[in-house]
Design a protein around this ligand. Structure first.
Ligand code: C5P
Length: 209
């Protein structure tokens, strides 16, 4: 059978990561969380005191990124997500990451990748593309509950503002903006729990693979 490549895209906090990880386990495929690449670059640039809006200064950091050290827990937080979305607007940054992502996607056994431009730019030929969405309110509610469960002192209003700001930046940039590929299956999880969303995704995959 042909290797199965699954592209998962969608806005921040839509549940892409949770879904992609479960799908990778279910289908026995390696998984790449591409947001971590942008998060790592944002953090490295910020730690080095580099102006994140300066494409010429951030570009070389992307070119030198050590992709074998991405599982650092500090990359998962809100701050790193914010830094990531700022460096992700630079074409130099995006193109420096393209080969690594495509090589990962081309593994002989197949792969699951999640991000913003997997179905549109990185893997336009993926067998299955799923665009995971949920309303900004639902995403903010989930994120707030998640953070509250970890004991963080956050308000829903603050998180909603962050979610909206990230949407505007990710969808509004000129290079690889967040948008569903023409042949992506839309999966709106606003009214679905994780289990139901997972089963819906499996149906889409089993139908199209
Ligand atoms: O998915 P995650 O929240 O980790 O992504 C952090 C930020 O990295 C996103 O808001 C987006 O700006 C950027 N990103 C991207 N392309 C990807 C993955 C992430 O531009 N494929």
């Amino acid at each position: 059978t042909a290797p199965l490549t699954i592209a998962i895209d969608g806005p921040a906090a839509a549940g892409k990561g949770t879904l992609a990880k479960r799908l990778a386990e279910h289908y026995g495929l390696p998984y790449l969380d591409t947001g971590l690449l942008y998060r790592a670059i944002g953090k490295l640039a910020s730690d080095a005191g580099i102006d994140l809006d300066d494409a010429a200064a951030v570009g070389p950091i992307a070119e030198r990124l050590d992709t074998s050290h991405l599982d650092d827990g500090s990359l998962r937080g809100r701050e790193a997500g914010e830094l990531a979305s700022r460096v992700a607007v630079h074409p130099q940054v995006r193109s420096a990451l393209t080969a690594f992502q495509r090589d990962f996607a081309a593994r002989p056994e197949g792969a699951v990748l999640d991000g913003r431009d997997i179905g549109t730019v990185i893997c336009p030929n993926a067998q299955v593309k799923i665009f995971v969405t949920a309303s900004a309110e639902v995403r903010a509610r989930r994120r707030t509950d998640e953070l509250a469960a970890k004991g963080r002192d956050v308000t829903y209003e603050r998180i909603l503002a962050e979610v909206r700001e990230r949407d505007v930046r990710d969808a509004g940039r000129s290079v690889a903006p967040l948008k569903p590929a023409a042949d992506a299956h839309l999966l709106d999880t606003s009214e679905l729990d994780i289990e139901t969303a997972f089963r819906a995704a499996c149906e889409i995959i089993d139908r199209s693979a």
